[in-house]
Design a protein around this ligand. Structure first.
Ligand SMILES: NC(=O)c1ccc[n+]([C@@H]2O[C@H](COP(=O)([O-])OP(=O)(O)OC[C@H]3O[C@@H](n4cnc5c(N)ncnc54)[C@H](O)[C@@H]3O)[C@@H](O)[C@H]2O)c1
Length: 276
């Protein structure tokens, strides 16, 4: 088990939802925190809440889709706390869109945040962790990184990419006999404001038009499932415990793996794509 007390964590998308749940869980384990987000007001609220609990915290406006802003985040973390031990590349957006009708600008936005964000985190922070030969880098994927449902094409592509990225990183670290570890968080439905935030960040604003009826129905179903979802604080606790235990797969809803298993079985048996 790794002792997280007095260690330094950087969390992107740390001002709300799952990232804030991680911040609370890490802070109560004695970690010092650097929270990065695009939303200044939410960052301010998170800062106030965590400081009131006696947690050492620094916040930074940062767009994870921009490599130079992720570099600046690392510089801030090092200049504030001297070291970085845990990095959670968690910022993300997602809106229902069909793989056929989605606008190129929406493809670019979703991939830039959800896939390039973790790529930038690996590029910037992994050399820092490796130079110390100590630490952990985690990225937030999704169940959508393991199974691809309809009407979530760009999100599925990005989240599958994150799973592939973190497996590649972990295998390379093991091959080098590094003491640095990697992991991937694949949440099922979590009760956060991701849908509302994503609509507000989408280039051009608002919900995607075009395949509106089907996308609208999917959005309603997703919203209903998020509202019934796990509390982000529970996810934070799970992430903290999994990092301390050096686990690679961090799964909030492991029962969903039965569907993944079913898909692998169908690949072996009759090469079919299962219904999900
Ligand atoms: N909520 C769920 O059910 C669920 C399920 C699976 C995976 N996830 C993933 O969990 C992660 C966190 O999402 P959440 O549900 O907590 O949503 P959230 O909207 O509460 O938190 C995401 C945070 O990321 C920030 N953000 C968005 N774009 C950014 C950018 N370009 N740079 C920096 N910050 C940015 C937002 O301001 C927000 O604070 C995302 O990667 C999401 O895809 C969520």
């Amino acid at each position: 088990m790794i002792n997280l007390n007095e260690r330094v964590a950087v969390i992107t998308g740390g001002a709300s939802g799952i990232g804030l749940g991680m911040a609370r869980a890490f802070g109560t384990r004695g970690m010092k925190l650097v929270l990065a987000d695009l939303d200044e007001e939410l960052l301010h609220q998170a800062n106030e809440e965590l400081r009131a609990l006696g947690i050492a915290v620094q916040t930074q406006l940062c767009d994870v889709s921009k490599a130079e802003e992720v570099d600046a985040l690392a510089e801030l973390a090092l200049s504030t706390f001297g070291q970085v031990h845990v990095v959670c590349s968690n910022a993300g957006v997602g809106l229902p869109t069909s793989a056929r009708n989605i606008k190129l600008s929406d493809w670019e936005w979703i991939l830039n945040v959800d896939l390039w964000g973790p790529i930038h985190a690996v590029k910037t922070f992994l050399p820092i962790l490796e130079a110390q030969d100590m630490g952990h880098i985690s990225a937030t994927s999704s169940v959508a990184g393991l199974l691809s449902s309809q009407m979530m094409g760009a999100y599925n592509v990005a989240k599958h990419g994150v799973v592939a990225l973190m497996q590649s990183v972990e295998r390379e670290l093991r091959a080098k006999k590094s003491h640095v570890r990697a992991s991937v968080l694949c949440p099922g439905p979590i009760n956060t404001n991701i849908s509302r935030h994503s609509v507000s960040y989408r280039p051009g604003g608002g919900k995607p038009k075009g395949d509106s009826q089907k996308a609208g129905k999917t959005a309603q179903n997703i919203q209903a499932s998020l509202e019934q979802g796990m509390h982000p604080n529970e996810v934070g606790e799970l992430v903290a415990d999994s990092i301390a235990a050096e686990q690679f797969w961090i799964l909030t809803h492991p029962k969903w793996l039965k569907l993944v298993q079913k898909q692998y079985d169908a690949m072996m048996d009759d090469r079919s794509l299962i219904r999900i």
